[in-house]
Design a binder for this molecule. Sequence first.
Ligand code: ASP
Ligand code: MG
Length: 409
Amino acid sequence: MALIVQKYGGSSVADAEKIANVARRVADSAAGNQVVVVVSAMGKTTDGLVDLARQITPSPDPREMDMLLATGEQITTALLAMALQRLGAKARSFTGPQAGLRTNSAHTTARITRIEPWRVRQALDAGEVAVVAGFQGLSEEDEIATLGRGGSDLTGVALAAALKADVCEIYTDVDGVYTADPNIVPDAKKLDRVSYDEMLEMASLGAKVLQSRSVEFAKKWGVPVHVRSSFKRDAGTLVTREERGMEEVVVTGVTHERNQAKISILRVPDRPGIAATVFGAIAEANIVVDMIVQNISRDGYTDMSFTVPRADFQRAVTALQGVSAKVGAQGVLSDERVAKVSIVGVGMRSHSGVASRMFATLAREGINIQMISTSEIAVSCVIEDKYAELAVRALHDTFEVGRARASAG
Ligand code: ASP
Ligand code: MG
């Protein structure tokens, strides 16, 4: 008998019919296995709650925000437990706090500090399916705290680690992790297996299948994560530790992230403390900066460029204009329409010339590269937004992505 943690995302439990469908699936797995189910809020419930709060006040108190947001997941747990009971399965729902998830006190972006899932174990021992609300826990101050958007994935993986489950299955509306977005690349392939590191790069580079923190957690505790469709029975993609042979494939996936903006601050004096001042101002505005490039300095001045999510563009420019004047820079230059395209693969560690092939491919398509960044297993380029799809297709082609490590179709 295996112990399985299954997590169902918002789109899989969007209405009563879908919840009944999930209940059937869970009941099937529960015949012969111990099952813990972690659920998200139904459909776009969380977005709706955020919107409601904004209608009340532009700056909701984070504690009250968590009281509000945590209700979404709680609704799903009770409904799913009822649906399971209706099928004759024994089931019991739990909030995050009841399931023993303890967090720090950073409301709306809390981190898990410990898990004491004794009530979940008790339920399993009694032959019940434990249905747990994702995305929430109890802080040191005994307050309800949420784990940040997409946090139910983390709840699933963390519970799987704490319970030493055999696998954490993440059920979603796509049937696995693809070599590229299939809406853009018609011959993108579903990957059978992907390493934690590759998944981490892909998650943070714009493949929105799994929340990044959940992948970090899975890697740290060695939890095998199976990403699969809640509407189909086929196996999906297994996210797992790096295996022999994975390095033979140079590029495992091509990702892209649109909705980026680029901002440059020109001719800033090149001396200690300037970058800290510039990015301090951006951080103060609570904006997450992605890629940063600083030019070599000439006659004591340098240019700095960086990217931010397009939604934060105006605020970032405003914050920077203030700093620009303060540090005696020449001014601020910005481009609201850029995209980031990236190639990812553990094979890059052992193959050379990968970056130059990427640049040559973009050049062949007449696409100008504005910024470049690399990690051990990824190369990313910032380009004009309108070329994003063309770039992804060309790169997928050049590197014959999916030839070796994916199933057909
Ligand atoms: N309901 C939360 C959100 O929409 C958490 C989750 O679904 O993972 O972000
Ligand atoms: Mg999600």
